[in-house]
Design a protein around this ligand. Structure first.
Ligand SMILES: NC(=O)c1ccc[n+]([C@@H]2O[C@H](COP(=O)([O-])OP(=O)(O)OC[C@H]3O[C@@H](n4cnc5c(N)ncnc54)[C@H](O)[C@@H]3O)[C@@H](O)[C@H]2O)c1
Ligand SMILES: [Zn+2]
Length: 353
């Protein structure tokens, strides 16, 4: 459905069908001013807490707040420091404390305005305060628009590892305004593009072409829409990641090892990009040396010279998994658009690299 609102503003709705947990992803270019009226259709409570970070607040807190106030909400805000270090239990408890002091009730709403850090953190707050209050995701990074804001995984990091304290909790609404990407720093673009390459390989169609032509910026609304739609269709079939949703881990088995090897200095999306290249090479060997040149060429267009020793990365993976299992479930590629999950023993897995 494509609706013209005002001159030049395009609006699109993607439905995520999850029974009583269903929600819409609204793509509304240049439309942050419409968040308030969208929320009015969905929730009864009149209190809203916007959680955002210091970088995003500079540009988008005021217009979002105005939109919500004009729609009749009493709006509070909490601006946290930018970056992964804010995704921790003490910031989580500070936010819970704010909700408690403001006497938020079940019908009230937390709005996450920002990248995946804000989305995961504020999402976990909304998931757990009073056993769950309304959550709205307003993603502003490319990674959050195409991946983290959709699907309901929320949580914080613990000293023992990333995302160890969390929940599955679906938002009431995801509101995407791709115009907010105009202020995203270049390195964060590249971070989002790493996840974009994953969708290009899973989809194999228009998303592959857009990325292969290196024309994401020129087709931004369509690109974000197609990625969001791809994720929504998978989440609908497998909300709690028991099977199909694992396809979204394409490139992540090695990607996680690369992140770890870099002491988490390499952005997630960059690590996934390298992980994709390695798994493509391995997929070729696994399937009798099938030709995946087009797929590998696509990844190479985004500077994919892997900065680590591959054997070392593979040992890191098998050592990590030894405690829980003697095999590895990884996602492999037959061709762009044809990916599958396969269980291999450590020995079989190692031989592929
Ligand atoms: N829940 C999920 O399914 C899921 C999936 C993938 C990743 N994640 C999580 O997402 C997080 C990473 O998300 P991220 O890459 O968005 O990181 P992030 O939230 O730290 O954002 C990246 C940087 O960009 C800035 N920024 C965001 N939007 C901006 C804008 N429009 N203009 C200017 N600056 C802007 C932020 O302030 C930050 O400095 C990780 O914690 C990861 O674990 C979650
Ligand atoms: Zn990822």
């Amino acid at each position: 459905m494509l609706v013209k609102r005002d001159a030049g503003i395009k609006m699109k709705r993607i439905k995520v069908e999850l029974g009583k947990n269903s929600y819409d992803i609204v793509l509304n270019q240049g439309g942050l001013a419409h968040v308030g009226e969208e929320l009015n259709k969905l929730v009864k409570g009149k209190q809203v807490l916007i959680v955002t970070d210091e970088n995003v607040a500079k540009f988008y807190l005021a217009p979002l707040k105005q939109s919500l106030e004009l729609a009749g909400y009493k709006v509070e805000e909490q601006v946290i420091p930018a970056g992964e270090k804010s995704k921790n239990p003490s910031t989580y408890l500070e936010l819970i404390d704010i909700l408690g002091n403001l006497k938020f009730l079940r019908d009230d709403t937390v709005v996450a305005l920002g990248g995946g850090v804000v989305g995961d953190l504020a999402g976990f707050v909304a998931a757990t305060y009073m056993r769950g209050i309304n959550l709205v995701q307003v993603p502003t990074s490319l990674l959050a628009m195409i991946d983290s804001s959709i699907g309901g995984k929320v949580g914080v990091d613990l000293p023992y590892g990333k995302n160890l304290l969390g929940a599955f909790y679906q938002p009431k609404l995801v509101f995407i305004d791709v115009d907010t990407l105009s202020t995203l720093p270049e390195n964060e673009w590249n971070n989002g593009l790493g996840e974009g390459l994953k969708y290009a390989l899973l989809d194999g169609g228009r998303l592959f072409d857009i990325m292969n032509d290196q024309s994401v910026k020129a087709n931004l609304q369509e690109f974000v829409e197609l990625c969001a739609d791809y994720k929504a269709r998978i989440v609908e079939k497998d909300e709690k990641e028991s099977d199909l949703r694992r396809l979204l881990n394409l490139g992540h088995t090695l990607g996680h090892a690369i992140e770890k090897k870099s002491n988490y200095e390499l952005p997630h999306g960059e690590a996934v990009k390298y992980g994709l290249k390695l798994i493509l090479q391995a997929s070729g060997r696994l399937n009798g040396n099938i030709n995946l040149d087009n797929e590998i060429t696509l990844i190479n267009k985004y500077d994919a010279n892997i900065p680590y020793d591959v054997e070392e990365l593979v040992s890191l993976i098998t050592n990590d998994k030894k405690a829980e299992s003697d095999s590895i479930n990884a996602v492999f590629v037959k061709s762009a658009g044809n990916c599958y999950i396969k269980k291999l023993s450590f020995e079989e897995f190692k031989k592929l690299f």
